[in-house]
Design a protein around this ligand. Structure first.
Ligand code: ZN
Length: 178
């Protein structure tokens, strides 16, 4: 496995619609392994192919750890999703505002409104047809990553222009509110 370089704004590839994946051979499997490793090393919860310079309809997502009844993180409880050629086929009318960041826009955070739950159709890493039903935080990550595959970034969808902060400014604002 090897680490991939994460491209950041204003790299033009981040604004391009990606091509569908058609070859599920060893090269794709190696690319996926490298994307997972790169995402983990960057402490990310998702990484889309354009973010490592590949215009392919592919992303990897790793959920937050689950918690037990006492709110303690359960070790090794994060779900890993490899999503190939995904399409959102349904979104709930209920939406929720939440704070997002992006490995391709380092140092910033913004508030985005997303559907609370979604259904996604696509393929797994071997080309098998898949359907996913997702809600809350996982649904948010899926929407963020699938947007990447269409050249859309979270900064296009801010709840308000003012709801975009450097990490430091966000931290300061958060502390003020406490
Ligand atoms: Zn992103």
């Amino acid at each position: 496995m090897s680490m991939l370089e994460i491209v950041t704004l204003p790299a033009p590839i981040l604004r391009k619609k990606t091509r569908p994946v058609t070859d599920f051979g060893p090269e794709l499997q190696e690319l996926i392994e490298n994307m997972v490793e790169t995402m983990r090393a960057a402490n990310g919860v998702g990484l889309a192919a354009p973010q490592i310079g590949r215009s392919l309809r592919l992303a990897v997502i790793e959920d937050l750890p689950k918690e037990d009844d006492e709110g303690n993180e359960i070790p090794d409880s994060r779900d890993l999703y490899v999503i190939v050629n995904p399409e959102i086929v349904w979104e709930s009318r209920d939406t929720v505002d939440g704070i997002e960041g992006c490995l391709s826009i380092p140092g910033y955070l913004g508030e985005v409104e997303r559907a609370q739950s979604i259904r996604v159709r696509g393929q797994d890493r071997y080309g098998k047809k898949m359907r996913w039903r997702l809600k809350e935080w996982t649904a948010r990550i899926f929407q963020h990553e699938i947007d990447h595959l269409d050249g859309v970034l979270y900064i296009d969808k801010l709840t308000d222009e003012a709801n975009f902060w450097t990490e430091e400014a966000f931290q300061a604002r958060f502390e003020e509110e406490e």
